[in-house]
Design a protein around this ligand. Structure first.
Ligand code: UDP
Ligand code: MN
Length: 537
C-alpha cells in the first residue's frame, strides 16, 4: 500500500513541512509504520537537522504530530476488536443509506485523507450515499485545488467550502443541508474507523429514529498515531454532563443499566454525548431544530443535543459493536475561546435548564452577552418538551449539580483556620493530591457532600484508596473508597472514610489520611456549611 502511495503524486503532498519520506524511511529503517493500529516513535536525534526541525514545527502548527502522521499510510489496517456477539448480529445489510458529514479547519492532509479512506475501507459501499466534506475556511493551500482534485476521483465525495469561518456547529449544518440520505453521521476530520463501525449505529436508528447513536470510542495518540483501545463491556465510558461548565466527563455504566441489558452487545443509554461523532436520522435532527446556529466556533452543541433529545421524546445510546478511534489533541487554551464557550453554554442553559441554569457559568450573561435566544425558546415551546426536572428524575438521577450538596462550600480546618481543602494539587497518573491552601472560597475550594456519600468538587471525587495520601479521582459511583461520612463532633466535623479521617499533619503544612481519633485531635476537625436550601431533595 505504502509503495503505491509513494508513487502517487497526489497521495503524498508536498507541504513544505512534510517529511522527506524516502529519506526518513531509508535512514530510520522503517518497515510498516502504523500497520494494524501501531504507532511510530522516531528517535529525533537521529533525524537530519532539517527533518528534526519539521518534526518540531508540526507540533507547533497543528497541536499534533502531522509529521508522524505523514509517515503512516493513508490506508492502514486496524484490528477487528468487536465483541464476540457482534459479528452475527449485524448481517442484515438492508439498511437506510447514510450521508457522512466531515468538517475541517486546517486539518492536516494526511489526517483528513486517512479519515476518509478509513470510512470507505471499512463500510459496505451501498450503505454510504455520500461523503460531504465541509472546509470551514481553511487557509492551508494543500486543502484547496489539490484536495479538490483528490476528491474528484471518488464519485460519492463532495467538497463544500464555507466562505468565511463558520465554526464547527454551523459548518456541520452546511454539510447536513446539502446531504440527502435518511441517516447522517457527523464526524471530525481526524477519525479512524474499525471494521463494521457503521452498521450497528444505523441498525438502531432504523429501529427507532428518535435515538441518536454514538460508537464505542477509542483514541489515536496525537504524537505516535498509535491506536489506543478504550474500555468495552463494563468499562465502557459513558459521558455525563458536568456543571457549571456544561461540558461532559466520562463515567461508568450504572448498575441498573448493566443489569437491564440482556447481552453485552445491547445499546447502552447515555445521559450525554460527545460531539465529535454521532449518527442521527434526518427526520429527527430536523424535527428537534438541528443545532443552535447562534453557537460560535466550538462547544456546547453536544450538550444542547443531549439535553433536548432526552427532553423532547428521544434518547441517546452508545452502540457497543461500533468502534471508532478519535485523535484527541490538546487544545491551546486562549481567553477568547474560553469566553466564546461561556457564551455558547449560556445559550444552552437559558433555553433548556429552567431553574437549574443558576448552577451554570455565565447564566446571567455577566461574563459575556449570549445574544438573542427567542427562536430557540420558541422551538422548545413548539416541540412541547419536558422540563429539565425530567432529565434529573428519568434520564440521569445521579446527575450531580455543584452547590446542591447536603454540605456545600469551602471546608476549613479548625486549627489552621485560614486554610481550606483545595483540589488543585499535583497531578499523578490517575489522581490529584489535594492541598491545604489558604482559603479563597472559589473553584477548587467549593465542595459538596452528596446524598451518595461522595465529597466532590469540579466533577471529581475525594478518594481514600491511596494510603496516606488524600486524592481526587474521577467519580465512579461505586462508593468503595469514594464513600465518606461527615461526622459531627464537638460542633465540628470529621471527614471519615472506612475508619480513616482527613487530617492536617503535625507541622500543620499538609494533609494526610490517618485513623480517626474520635477525640479532641483538633487536626482532624473541620468546619463546613450545611446547605440550607437544596434545589433537589
Ligand atoms: N472545526 C471547524 N471549524 C472551527 C473549529 C473546528 O470546522 O472553527 C473542525 C475541526 O477541524 C474538527 C472539528 O471541527 O474536525 C472538531 O474540532 P476539534 O477536533 O478541535 O474538537 P475536539 O474534538 O478536540 O473537541
Ligand atoms: Mn476532534
Amino acid at each position: 500500500m505504502l509503495t503505491r502511495e509513494l508513487s502517487d503524486p497526489l497521495a503524498r503532498l508536498h507541504h513544505p513541512d512534510d517529511p522527506n519520506v524516502k529519506l526518513v524511511f531509508a535512514q530510520m529503517d522503517l518497515m510498516d509504520p502504523g500497520v494494524n493500529g501501531t504507532g511510530l516513535i522516531l528517535n529525533v536525534t537521529k533525524l537530519p537537522k532539517d527533518e528534526a526541525k519539521k518534526f518540531q514545527r508540526s507540533f507547533e502548527q497543528m497541536e499534533y504530530s502531522s509529521y508522524i502522521s505523514s509517515l503512516i499510510p493513508l490506508h492502514r489496517s486496524l484490528p477487528d476488536i468487536r465483541l464476540k456477539g457482534c459479528h452475527s448480529l449485524y448481517t442484515d445489510l438492508n439498511l437506510p443509506e447514510t450521508s457522512v458529514v466531515i468538517i475541517f479547519h486546517n486539518e492536516h492532509w494526511s489526517v483528513l485523507l486517512r479519515t476518509i479512506h478509513s470510512i470507505m475501507d471499512n463500510t459496505p459501499p451501498h450503505l454510504i450515499k455520500e461523503i460531504i466534506l465541509v472546509d470551514d475556511a481553511s487557509t492551508d493551500k494543500v486543502l484547496k485545488e489539490p484536495l479538490e482534485e483528490y476528491v474528484s476521483r471518488f464519485s460519492k465525495m463532495q467538497l463544500l467550502r464555507a466562505e468565511s469561518r463558520q465554526g464547527l456547529i454551523r459548518a456541520r449544518m452546511v454539510g447536513f443541508e446539502q446531504s440527502t440520505a435518511p441517516v447522517a453521521v457527523f464526524m471530525d476530520a481526524h477519525w479512524e474507523c474499525f471494521p463494521g463501525w457503521l452498521e450497528p449505529m444505523v441498525t438502531r436508528i432504523a429501529q427507532n429514529q428518535s435515538i441518536i447513536t454514538t460508537p464505542n470510542l477509542h483514541g489515536v495518540n496525537s504524537e505516535s498515531f498509535q491506536i489506543i483501545r478504550w474500555g468495552q463491556r463494563k468499562s465502557l465510558g459513558i459521558p455525563v454532563l458536568t456543571f457549571p461548565n456544561l461540558f461532559f466527563t466520562w463515567s461508568v455504566m450504572s448498575e441498573v443499566e448493566w443489569k437491564t441489558r440482556k447481552r453485552e452487545t445491547d445499546p447502552v443509554r447515555s445521559p450525554a454525548m460527545v460531539g465529535c461523532v454521532f449518527a442521527v436520522s434526518r427526520n429527527w435532527f430536523k424535527k428537534i431544530g438541528m443545532f443552535d446556529p447562534g453557537l460560535e466556533i466550538w462547544g456546547g452543541e453536544n450538550t444542547e443535543l443531549s439535553v433536548k433529545t432526552w427532553l423532547c421524546g428521544g434518547g441517546l445510546e452508545i452502540i457497543p459493536c461500533s468502534n471508532v478511534a478519535h485523535m484527541y489533541h490538546p487544545h491551546r487554551p486562549s481567553k477568547e475561546s474560553d469566553i466564546r464557550y461561556k457564551r455558547n453554554i449560556a445559550r444552552v442553559s437559558n433555553v433548556w435548564l429552567d431553574k437549574y441554569k443558576y448552577f451554570t457559568d455565565n447564566y446571567d450573561g455577566s461574563i459575556v452577552d449570549y445574544g438573542d435566544i427567542s427562536d430557540r425558546i420558541a422551538l422548545r415551546d413548539s416541540l412541547q418538551c419536558h422540563q429539565f426536572e425530567f432529565y434529573l428524575t428519568h434520564v440521569y438521577p445521579d446527575q450531580f449539580i455543584p452547590g446542591n450538596g447536603i454540605y456545600t462550600g469551602p471546608i476549613r480546618n479548625v486549627v489552621v483556620s485560614s486554610h481550606c481543602l483545595d483540589s488543585g494539587g499535583k497531578k499523578n497518573r490517575d489522581s490529584v493530591d489535594i492541598l491545604l491552601y489558604s482559603c479563597h472560597g472559589q473553584g477548587n475550594q467549593l465542595w459538596d457532600f452528596t446524598k451518595h456519600h461522595e465529597i466532590r468538587t469540579g466533577g471529581q471525587c475525594l478518594d481514600s484508596g491511596y494510603r496516606r495520601n488524600v486524592v481526587m479521582r474521577n467519580c465512579n459511583g461505586q462508593r468503595g473508597n469514594q464513600e465518606w461520612h461527615v461526622v459531627s463532633l464537638d460542633g465540628h466535623l470529621l471527614l471519615q472514610s472506612h475508619g480513616y479521617c482527613i487530617s492536617v499533619t503535625k507541622n500543620k503544612s499538609a494533609l494526610v489520611l490517618e485513623k480517626c481519633h474520635n477525640s479532641r485531635s483538633l487536626l482532624q476537625l473541620w468546619t463546613w456549611k450545611k446547605n440550607t436550601k437544596p434545589w433537589i431533595s
